[in-house]
Design a protein around this ligand. Structure first.
Ligand code: SF4
Ligand code: SF4
Length: 636
């Protein structure tokens, strides 16, 4: 049984924020869940997939976020509660439908959870998804704790049904991925029978009548939010300064006030219902203070909206001094933490504060020295290292200043030293192929550099397929390399249409990538990237061959998946007699240039050495050693 389907009301469990949200959905009686994986949101749907059988719900990994939202909307239209989850970049993909769905409206509760990644720990951008709720005129909730994450999800379904529209919830990495105690509630077992009422058309028109209705529902929500228990104040009756905060900012604000000892002067107003603003409540607290500090992650969303409100009610509340991102007391970028709030408070109150004692700083420095200085790299035995090695050699041999347009996935590392700095562009999902399609049309202006685009197998289905279709339609000239490692590896090995299994663990007919490409009339080749020689030759042939969009599928299962299924094929060692050490290539070809972390330098002998703890015995490095010093022996 999955942890989130435990039917023990009042039991306290240590749950990850994403698990708490999934549990909230189960307690709300959700029937359908859909998503495309993306850090930090993935575990919401992954946890629901684990609970699917126990709870009799339907869960799917959709091919992209827009489709996921459409799947969830179909359930809602049929009277079933549905949840759709995604990361901030995913919302951009889903937004086209979201900004129509708001006009169409929903029936059963539909919750859209978007998890932002402040500081961009695992994202191509830093984006504040809250702006979409304002753009779409939809309600937005922001949980500040794990318990609240669960309770808010439950409430969101009721809210969605009361306005017959989508309710949005914004999480951030430290809510999604941290853990805390959560008290469980009841699990309903009875599900509604789905029925689509053909008498009611689910369309956006007439837009001129439906758009005003959205604003009417925002007015009703404002009233509801004024009394919401998710909005709360703690602090003096008449505060010298009130911190207005939301989401994870609440815990940081509390810690900062405690650290600075300002609790008799500073109050904290936590807003859990960030859009539309609970105006009456906020005005009440604006009257109680002269100064306001905003603490929130990424954009000044709460700050801007409260300032706008304060300007409208200036006569009633009097002039205020606002501190936050606009005044540069709180940084515009990166994650929030208590030090940032302490820093703002000490500036505002002009007070001295020592962030760390000299003894603490000395031990922190010592600890830092003990941590190995590691650069971001591919796993040992990763097929992408082999693929990129072949691409690098082929482009060097071709010698026409060819370059690579990169994409999102593990292979995004193609832009740094681990991927030989091959990738010269990186943006949204599928953008590598779209850009290549564009570069591939520039020959009429004298452009002659060869272009190789990268995309993964999951990205192929998500967003690269339309770009390849475009390339065929417009007769563009480039090589599309599909790095097929049989998984959405970067986000936790979720299945995709090419792997033959779905989120519920059911066996399905896999969609064959080469078949899809061939249907688009592309010339398609398949290669094993561990055949370095053969892969490079195929690329060289494609580079020299006739124009048009050509596809080379470099197919080898992710090393981490392989390790789960089979034992390492080789035992590796270095023949010290043959190893040239620092005289090899440009100073140790294998460790400095090839960069598998399983290869290290023996500081005593100056020769290469296999790190037996890290090496997974894939045997690839034996292929690149010029003297044959890297020896592989087959394991029995
Ligand atoms: S590539 Fe071969 S010869 Fe060169 S340093 Fe590595 S093991 Fe030694
Ligand atoms: S065999 Fe070589 S390339 Fe493979 S994991 Fe070991 S050190 Fe790395």
């Amino acid at each position: 049984m999955s942890i989130i389907s435990l039917n023990e009301p009042d039991k306290e469990l240590l749950l990850m924020g994403n698990e708490a949200m999934a549990r909230g959905a189960l307690e709300a009686g959700v029937s359908v869940a859909a998503a495309y994986p993306g850090t930090p949101s993935s575990e919401i749907i992954a946890s629901l997939a684990e609970a699917a059988e126990d709870m009799g719900i339907y869960v799917e990994w959709s091919v992209n976020e827009k489709v996921a939202l459409e799947v969830a909307a179909a359930a809602s239209f049929s009277g079933l509660r549905a949840i759709c989850a995604m990361k901030q970049n995913g919302l951009n993909v889903a937004s086209d439908f979201l900004l129509n769905l708001n006009l169409i409206g929903t029936q059963a509760g539909l919750l859209l959870v978007v998890c932002d990644d402040p500081s961009s720990h695992s994202s191509s951008n830093e984006q504040d998804s809250r702006l979409f709720s304002k753009m779409a005129d939809l309600p937005l909730l922001e949980p500040a704790t794990f318990q609240e994450a669960k309770e808010m999800v439950k409430w969101a379904f009721t809210l969605s049904e009361s306005i017959e529209n989508v309710c949005m919830m914004r999480g951030v990495t430290r809510i999604s991925h941290a853990r805390g105690n959560v008290i469980l509630g009841e699990l309903p077992r009875r599900k509604a029978r789905p029925y689509f009422n053909k008498e009611k058309q689910r369309v956006t028109h007439p837009v001129n009548q439906k758009h005003p209705l959205l604003h009417e529902s925002l007015d009703r929500l404002r009233e509801i939010f004024n009394g919401s228990p998710f909005n709360q104040y703690a602090g003096p009756e008449k505060a010298e300064l009130i911190i207005m905060t939301c989401g994870s900012g609440w815990l940081y604000a509390q810690e900062a006030v405690e650290l600075t000892g300002l609790d008799d002067m500073v109050g904290i107003l936590k807003i859990g219902t960030t859009w539309p603003l609970p105006e009456k409540l906020i005005l009440e607290y604006l009257k109680r203070t002269e100064k306001v500090l905003f603490v929130e992650e990424v954009d000044p969303f709460l700050e801007g909206n409260v300032k706008e409100l304060a300007a409208d009610f200036m006569r009633q509340i009097g002039p205020k001094t606002f501190f936050g991102k606009k005044s540069h007391h709180i940084p515009f970028f990166g994650e929030m933490n208590s030090d940032r709030v302490v820093d703002a408070l000490t500036q505002i109150f002009d007070m001295e504060y020592t962030f760390a004692t000299p003894a603490y700083e000395a031990s922190a420095k010592k600890a830092e020295m003990m941590v190995p200085n590691r650069v971001l790299g591919f796993c040992p035995g990763c097929p992408h290292r082999a693929s990129l090695w072949s691409i690098k050699s082929a482009l060097e041999l071709d010698d026409r200043e060819g370059f690579v347009t990169g994409d999102i996935g593990c292979y995004a590392l193609a832009r740094n030293t681990a991927g030989y700095e091959l990738s010269k562009t990186s943006g949204a999902m599928g953008t590598g192929t779209g850009l290549a399609s564009g570069f591939g049309k520039l020959s009429r202006f004298g452009f002659s550099q060869p272009i190789i685009s990268l995309c993964g197998d999951s990205t192929f289905f998500h967003a690269a397929l339309p770009a390849l279709t475009n390339a065929h339609f417009n007769n563009s000239n480039f090589i599309m390399v599909i790095l097929d490692n049989s998984a959405t590896a970067m986000t936790g090995f979720q299945p995709h249409p090419g792997v033959g299994i779905n989120a519920m663990g059911e066996t399905v007919l896999p969609v064959e990538i080469e078949g899809v490409c061939q249907a688009l009339e592309a010339k398609v080749e398949v290669t094993d990237p561990f055949d370095l020689e053969g892969t490079r030759q195929k690329l060289l042939d494609m580079l020299e061959g006739p124009g048009g969009a050509k596809v080379l599928i470099m197919r080898r299962k992710c090393a981490l998946l392989r390790l789960k299924e089979e034992k390492p094929p080789y035992r590796m060692h270095i023949d010290a007699e043959l190893c040239l050490g620092k005289d090899c290539g440009c100073n140790r070809f294998c460790t400095r240039t090839f960069k598998c972390p399983g290869l290290i330098v023996d500081q005593e002998t100056g020769k290469a050495k296999i790190d037996e703890v890290i090496c997974v015995g894939c045997g690839l490095c034996a292929e690149i050693c010029p003297t044959g010093a890297i020896v592989r022996e087959e394991t029995a």
